[in-house]
Design a protein around this ligand. Sequence first.
Ligand code: FES
Length: 114
Amino acid sequence: MMIDFRLAQDPELFFEMHVFVCCNRRPDGHKRGSCAARGSEALRDYMKVRAKELGIANVRINSAGCLDRCEVGPCVVIYPSGIWYKIETTADVDLVLAAHVAAGGRAETCMIDV
Ligand code: FES
């Protein structure tokens, strides 16, 4: 007997987007470094505050563990689009929020090539 795993229809998205900010921290001197050592925790905190101030709703900003692109961090990946960003400053965070999260476009100057 064959089991049909297909759903008739996916449920609606619970959140429109998930923004994952890598907050992994490695010990000082580790050869790969880490996003937290490059300031990602403060940038995540800033992003959460700014998103609220901008009235961005239905988007979840999450701390993430290592996203395995440590050398190019601090890393952010946004789903469902799967676009990666490097955020180094609060201005980068503002750009990602404005261009990608709020407007649905791309913050091209911060994008990480695949
Ligand atoms: S430490 Fe951030 S991607 Fe690995």
